[in-house]
Design a protein around this ligand. Structure first.
Ligand code: HEC
Length: 145
């Protein structure tokens, strides 16, 4: 009987240590679904990537099922801007980027081709953790199509 009690006690001690270890295990995004969820939040609620990258129907509402498939911009600069891109490209799933290239792009603003991205694409300078979350989320977006 005593040994059973001992076992139970050691089990909960170990479980407590494991729980502590998990909570101390550094990176915020040890859990991949939490990382994707954080990316979704940044893309859809903070950076508003869809504003430019998702096509809209006649009444201005986003076309459901076509999110992040690229769109002509519905606005133009009021002063001359030689390097102005009037179309936001397809970014669903980030097909032209490896994870590493995409992370670099959002941290430095540098494309893998070396061709600088034109305005009005914001030159984001996200921290590495946010960048990884944004990339992870965008890579899942392709699954919708
Ligand atoms: C204000 C409009 C706008 C917003 C907001 C915006 N983009 Fe862009 N984005 C553009 C335009 C326009 C381009 C094309 C630039 C060019 O052709 O040089 C572009 C280019 C890109 C590219 C390069 C694609 C390629 O083919 O190399 C990526 C990746 C990208 N955007 C991702 C994002 C993400 C992710 C967000 C949100 C975190 C975002 N963009 C927000 C307008 C925008």
């Amino acid at each position: 009987m005593a040994s059973i009690i001992m076992n139970h006690h050691s089990f909960s001690t170990i479980a407590a240590y494991l729980g502590l270890a998990a909570s101390l295990a550094g990176p915020l995004h040890a859990d991949p679904s939490a990382k994707i969820e954080h990316g979704r939040y940044l893309v859809e609620q903070v950076a508003m990537c869809a504003d430019c990258h998702s096509p809209r129907g006649e009444k201005g509402a986003f076309i459901v099922g076509k999110e992040y498939t690229g769109a002509p911009l519905g606005f133009a600069p009021t002063v001359p801007m030689p390097a102005w891109a009037d179309t936001a490209p397809f970014i669903a799933g980030l097909p032209n980027y490896t994870t590493e290239q995409a992370v670099k792009f959002f941290v430095t603003g540098e494309r893998p081709t070396g061709v600088p991205v034109r305005p009005p694409m914001p030159e984001y300078r996200m921290c590495k953790e946010d960048t990884e979350a944004v990339v992870a989320y965008l890579q899942t977006v392709k699954l919708k199509f």
